[in-house]
Design a protein around this ligand. Structure first.
Ligand code: SAM
Ligand code: DTB
Ligand code: SF4
Length: 375
């Protein structure tokens, strides 16, 4: 910290640098953490069009106003039902319509799910996210799924599920069982949506999110980039997410994992800096949400991931497997966190813990570094 503070005061002694920074701060309303739900396309485009360094600085300032910048939340994913999905999502290994190299599996037994949850907890994960290759859960699946939620909760983990579309009744039932978060992504912009999925509409997704929100569960919703969409689609996706009121508590930004056999297996790579920009713009537009550096980390080097954390990502999937594809090994992530001085978030399980977190953010805002950065 001492080193960082002196680096800032060194540059502050240069009047030209200082003036340039101040002008930029004033021009871009640098430190505004206002939560807005009226984002327009041109305003989002203006963020994407900022010089990279200015965008990163703005995102980092907003990040520091709302979070401890050296903490990352870690979730572990488990596929509780794999493959043979009737939907046609063009990126997905689990759609029955594409010939992909995955092992199809029926719904896992509750005891096996709880074993995996315990192992995730032992590795340091705080949230356990259970995903199913379903269009939506059937009535006959609900009793097992409810038992999984209760069992994982009893282990002291936060619970999350992603099972496809939910009716209002199903959302209420899962909330009643103790499900903390429900993940349901918008995936892409409404304009690009029909190029990617035809078996359910964008409005179906919004309806599920509304059922989840009304049940009292926390919303986890984000999307995928690198699907061959245009830059205006990425801006439009982020505007859709930010204009949800309230905004999702958790926003996964997935980089497409290209899967052989799917229609998107050969799509052109997305420029890595464009991905980092998506993270930064999400951080600025959803200042109080956790932004998750989600699928695609296996194809990113450590420097790229560090840039994503600098841009405001503060959540990851942790553990060597996502649903059907690979993720960095847990010990590799821990070594990276160690080198970057990043700690993993603990669960805010009580009002006292919440108060501690608020105090930590205030302390950090009061530090020399924070003030020197924005003044
Ligand atoms: N079947 C449920 C559904 O579609 O809502 C839940 C599981 S589904 C795999 C969850 C999300 O994972 C998708 O909405 C998509 O955003 C993401 N996803 C799936 N395959 C992906 C891939 N190949 N690359 C990146 N993200 C992917
Ligand atoms: C999300 O946004 N990403 C996760 C989770 N929610 C369920 C899924 C990523 C899947 C990546 C491809 C796979 O492993 O099949
Ligand atoms: Fe099925 Fe979900 Fe994959 Fe779409 S993303 S094919 S709904 S598992």
């Amino acid at each position: 910290m001492t080193q960082q503070t002196s680096a800032v005061s060194e540059s502050s002694s240069n009047t030209n640098v200082n003036t340039a920074v101040n002008t930029q701060v004033n021009n871009t309303n640098q430190g505004s953490s206002e939560v807005r739900h009226n984002w327009q396309a041109d305003q989002v485009k203006a963020l994407f069009d900022m010089p990279f360094n200015d965008l990163m600085f703005k995102a980092q300032v907003i990040h520091r106003e709302n979070f401890n910048p050296n903490e990352v939340q870690v979730s572990t994913l488990l596929s509780i039902k794999t493959g043979a999905c009737p939907e046609d999502c063009k990126y997905c290994s689990q759609s029955a319509r594409y010939k992909t190299d995955i092992d199809k599996e029926r719904l896992m037994e509750v005891s096996k799910v709880l074993e995996a949850a315990q192992a995730a907890k032992d590795q340091g994960s705080t949230r356990f996210c259970m995903g199913a290759g379903w269009r939506n859960p059937k009535a006959r699946d609900m009793p097992s799924v409810v038992e999984m939620v209760k069992g994982v909760k009893a282990l002291g983990l936060e619970t999350c599920m992603t099972l496809g579309m939910l009716s209002a009744e199903q959302a209420d039932e899962l909330q009643g069982a103790g499900l903390d978060y429900y993940n349901h992504n918008l995936d892409t912009s409404p304009e690009h949506y029909n190029q990617i999925i035809t078996t359910r509409t964008f409005q179906d997704r919004l309806d599920t999110l509304s059922n989840v929100r009304s049940s009292g569960m926390k919303v986890c919703s984000g999307g995928i980039v690198g699907l061959g969409e245009e830059s205006k689609d990425r801006a439009s996706l982020l505007a859709q997410l930010a204009n949800l009121s309230p905004q999702p508590e958790s926003v996964p930004i997935n980089m497409l994992v290209k899967i052989e056999g799917t229609p998107l297996s050969d799509v052109a790579d997305l420029d890595h800096f464009e991905f980092v920009r998506c993270i930064a713009v999400a951080r600025i537009m959803m200042p109080k949400s956790h932004v998750r550096l989600s699928a695609g980390r296996d194809a990113m080097n450590e420097q790229m991931q560090a840039l994503c954390f600098l841009a405001g990502a503060n959540s990851i999937f942790y553990g060597c497997k996502l649903l059907t594809t690979g993720n960095p090994e847990a010990n590799k992530d821990m070594m990276l966190f160690n080198r970057l001085g990043i700690n993993t978030e603990t669960i805010a399980s009580s009002a006292a813990d919440e108060a501690k977190i608020t105090t930590a953010v205030v302390d950090q805002k009061n530090s020399d570094l924070f003030y020197n950065a924005v003044n």
